[in-house]
Ligand binder design. Structure first.
Ligand SMILES: [Zn+2]
Ligand SMILES: [Zn+2]
Length: 337
């Protein structure tokens, strides 16, 4: 099969690659659409992981089914979050591999979906896999994974309609957070990001105030909107150290900060501010709700179609990465093997 194999910074090559092995507890999927994630871009820019096939935001058709897998048939249109644990620790024995300290994800430890076919272990419909209803396209299906992260992030915080919510970072996850907050009736959403297209879609998605982070500091904007009350919740989706510090300034005593974006740089700070101000800091890397995400797409409560800005064939995966990295218009770039 053909696959886009990563060989170092800015070096992705289309190569012949061995067809994946069918796991007993998994399936082989013929990949239809595979989105480029911010975390893929970090690796693409910095290198490391020679020989890796990235890609974990994807949709496709089942072409082979392992003997222990239930509830699916050949040709089912599906999405999945591929992960595998060590198989031996307490959590793996409980069937909760997601809590395994040696967890590997599709597109990192496991060969990913920038390829014609991908093998998904631990495939269970309703857990980290779901069938796509006819009304949800493959392209939208490829956005279910980032949407599932956004949904989990909002569910962790359980915001109330009167809460003042701040979202920093307007990639697809940040914009999905805005849409989910809106669908839950949250009235005051202040969002900040870069790139004009993203700001425009965040506004259309229901953010009351949108801040162009390239031109304006979000802290005084939140002070102006929220006054002495300050923000109830900050979703820090950008993974930028400066925004971590700003989150601590924007949230009120007793408020919540959900860290959704991955940080590539160290942050130096004093935890005393958490102690003294009774702030809850939450991490967002565990129970992503993929079935819930598919439901949001099917119901129309979240619409990711305007966020799918570019599509490339597998042969042009490198161009796709460059576009996701640099284009002013890019929100979600999809590769179609
Ligand atoms: Zn991702
Ligand atoms: Zn384990």
């Amino acid at each position: 099969m053909k696959a886009a194999v990563f060989h170092g910074a800015h070096d992705i090559r289309i190569e012949e690659y061995p067809y994946p092995k069918l796991p007993d507890d998994g399936v082989i999927i013929k990949v239809h659409s595979s989105g480029i994630c911010g975390s893929d871009l970090h690796m693409y820019s910095r290198g490391g992981g020679d020989g890796m096939i990235m890609g974990h935001e994807f949709s496709g058709d089942i072409v082979e089914i392992g003997k222990d897998v239930k509830d699916v048939k050949i040709c089912d249109r599906v999405v999945a979050i591929g992960g595998v644990g060590c198989g031996e620790c307490y959590w793996c024995q409980q069937g909760q591999y997601i809590k395994c300290s040696k967890l590997s994800f599709l597109g990192y430890g496991i060969k990913g979906a920038f390829a014609e076919y991908t093998a998904i272990p631990n495939f269970k419909i309703g857990m980290y896999a779901e069938k796509l209803p006819d009304s949800v396209s493959y392209e939208e299906g490829a956005t279910a994974e980032p949407l599932s992260v956004a949904l989990y992030a909002v569910n962790q915080v359980q915001p109330k309609p009167d809460d003042i919510c701040v979202v920093t970072g307007l990639g697809i996850i940040g914009i999905c957070v805005v849409q989910i907050l809106r669908s839950r009736g949250v009235k005051t959403i202040i969002a900040s990001g870069r790139r004009s297209k993203r700001l425009e879609i965040a506004k259309q998605s229901g953010a009351e105030v949108v801040v162009d982070a390239a031109k304006e500091d979000i802290v005084p904007v939140v002070e102006k909107v929220a006054g002495s009350r300050k923000a109830d919740v900050v979703f820090e989706v950008a993974g930028v150290p400066e925004l971590f510090h700003k989150s601590l300034q924007m949230v009120h005593r007793g408020g919540k900060i959900n860290l959704v974006g991955l940080y590539m740089e160290q942050v130096t700070w004093s935890p005393s501010v958490i102690v003294g101000n009774d702030i809850t800091i939450i991490g967002c890397g565990l129970r992503w709700d993929l079935p819930g995400a598919v439901e949001l797409l099917a119901s129309g409560k979240v619409d990711t179609k305007p966020m799918i800005t570019h599509e490339f064939p597998l042969d042009q995966t490198k161009e796709a990465f460059e576009t996701q990295l640099t284009s002013q218009d890019a929100i979600k770039v999809i590769v179609k093997p």
